[in-house]
Design a binder for this molecule. Structure first.
Ligand code: SF4
Length: 80
């Protein structure tokens, strides 16, 4: 296997994709208390800290983000 392909496979095998569903967010502010991956728009609706995308790959080992996703009361955060 080519080194680059191996590297890409390794990258994707060690990540989870987090999806935001802003329509479900009630701006409770809980997710950011668990993980710095999350931030909020001016109206308090969730966004990613360093991106305006609705999906982001984060390391599988990021247990803080996993806890934030599991803790969201409205399921506005999902793991794909
Ligand atoms: S925990 Fe869920 S409902 Fe609360 S701010 Fe985060 S995404 Fe929105």
């Amino acid at each position: 296997m080519l080194p680059l392909v191996k590297k890409i496979n390794s990258y994707y095998n060690n990540t989870m994709k987090v999806l935001l569903i802003p329509e479900k967010c009630i701006a409770c502010g809980l997710c950011q208390t668990y993980s710095k991956v999350f931030d909020y728009q001016d109206d308090g609706i969730v966004k990613f800290s360093d991106s305006n995308d609705l999906q982001m790959a984060v390391p599988d080992s990021d247990s803080d983000t996993l806890l934030a996703v599991k803790s969201c009361p409205t399921k506005a955060l999902t793991i794909l």
